[in-house]
Design a protein around this ligand. Sequence first.
Ligand code: SAH
Ligand code: SF4
Ligand code: F3S
Length: 519
Amino acid sequence: MNEEQRIQQAGINQVDNNIERIKNTKSDDMIAKYFQTSYEAQSPDIKKARKRLNEDVQIHYDFAIPEDMATIGKGKKFLIRTYGCQMNEHDTEVMAGILTEMGYEATSDTNDADIILLNTCAIRENAENKVFGEIGHLKPLKIEKPDLIIGVCGCMSQEESVVDRILKKHQHIDLIFGTHNIHRLPQLVKEALFGKEMIVEVWSKEGDVIENLPKVRKGKIKAWVNIMYGCDKFCTYCIVPMTRGKERSRLPQDIIQEVRHLVAQGYQEVTLLGQNVNAYGKDFEDIEYGLGDLMNDIHKIDIPRVRFTTSHPRDFDDRLIEVLAKGGNLLDHIHLPVQSGSSEILKKMNRKYTREDYLELVRKIRKAIPNATLTTDIIVGFPNETEEQFEETMTLMEEVGFEAAYTYIYSPREGTPAARKKDDVPESVKKQRLYRLNELVNKQSAASMKTYKGKTVKVLVEGESKKDPDILAGYTEKNKLVNFKGPRSSIGKIVEVEITEAKTWSLDGVMVENTVEVN
Ligand code: SAH
Ligand code: SF4
Ligand code: F3S
C-alpha cells in the first residue's frame, strides 16, 4: 500500500469503528438521544478534570440544530467577546456558526445584542480579572434589558471556583457552559430563554470530537483548523489539561477535507491548531500517523501558506523536521515554547526536556531548515526561581536567537501542582526579571527586523493598517507584520514588498509593481 492508500484505509477503518461505536451506544433516534445526554456533573469538578480514565473518545458527525430552535434567533443579534488563545478564538467562530444557523445576526454593539457570550480564558489571573470586570459592567444593561441573555463559556467555566463565584455574586448571568458543551448551545439558549434559574452545564469529561459543527470564520484570507483537542502534558503551572480534556486527534481525512474546502473558498493560509500539535495522532489505535504525516499530506494541497501552533519540544520528531524541510507551502517559522532556560526549573515544570535537549532540537531544526525563524513562550518567576536560573533563561534566549517571545510572569492557578508550592520570590523581583527579559526580547526582535531593510519579502495582504486606512498591512512568511503602500486590489493576495524601514515589531515598505498574483 502506498502512503496515500495507507492514510485513506486507516481513516476509513477509524470512521467504521466510530460508526460502529455510535451504533452500539445509540438508539434509532441518534441525534435526539445524543443531544439529550445528561451527565451527572453539570457543574465543573477540577479533580475529576485532572483524571485520565481512558474514556472512549467518540467522534460525532451528527450535529444538527433542533427544528424548534432553527428560527428562534430571527430578528435578534448576538455578540461574542473572546479572551483566550487561538483555540478559544476558533471556538468563537463555531459558536457564531451555531447562532447564525439559529437565525441570529452578529453585532459588535453591546446595546444592540440580544445574547452576549463571554468566551473566557483561565491561563493567568489577569485574564480572569478582565472577565470578572466585564461581567460587572454588563449588570446595568441586564437590568435595563431583562430579556438579554448573558452567557459565560470557555476555559474559566471549567473551574469550580469561577462557577461558585458567579452563582454567589453575579446572578445577572443567565448561562454558564463549558468547553465540552459548545455543541449544546441551541438547547442551552432555549433553556436560558424559557427558564428562570441560571443554567449551568459544564462537563468535566475527557472529551469527544464533534465534527460537523457550523463555523462563521472571522476573515476570508486566513483560517484556523483544529487538528486536535485537549492536552495530556500536565505542566505543573498550567490549567489547560483541566479545562480542555485529554489529547484527542481529529481524523486525517476530516482535516484534509476541511483544508480543501477552505482552498475552494479562496483562503490563502491555514494554521493547524492544538495545545500540543506534536502529539497529533498519538491517540490513534489503528494507524501510525503523526503531525509530520499530516503536514506532508497538506503540503500537497494547493494552499499557499500552512502554519501550525503550538509545538511542544518533547514530541517534536525527526519525521516532522524532514517534512518541514520540504518547504513550499510549509512555512519556516516555528513557534517552540521553551518556558525556561534552566533544566532544574524545566524539571519542576514537568516539561520533560532539559536545556540541552532543547538546544539539540534547535540544532536539528537549523540543520534541516537553515533559514528557520524561531519564536517562543517564557515564564519568569516560577516558584522559587533563583537569579542564576533566571540568567539561564536570558542566555538561552541569546543562544537560540529567538526573534520574538511571549513573556509572562508566573501566575498560580488553583488545582495545579505548582500553585501548592511555597514561593520565596517577591513579586517585585519577578517584575524586574520580566522587564530585563523583555528588553532582551525587544533587542533581538529589532535586530532581526533590521536584516530585512532593503530586501523584498512576500506579504499576504490582510487589509488596511490599524493606524492609517491609506496603508495596507499583512504578514511575511516568517510572520512579520508589514505596513506598506499598495493598491487595495492586493488585499487577500500575496505580493512582494520592498522593506524601507525596520521597527522593533514591524516593517514598513512599498509594494513592488506588478506583483499581484492572479488567483
Ligand atoms: N500549549 C502551549 C501553550 C499554552 S498557553 C504550550 O505548551 O506551549 C500559552 C502560554 O501561556 C504557555 O506557553 C506559557 O508560557 C503561558 N502560561 C501557561 N500557564 C501559565 C501560568 N500559570 N502562568 C504564567 N504563564 C502561563
Ligand atoms: Fe499547558 Fe503544558 Fe499542555 Fe501547553 S503543554 S497546554 S503549557 S500543560
Ligand atoms: Fe486560555 Fe483556555 Fe486557551 S485557558 S489559553 S483559552 S486553552
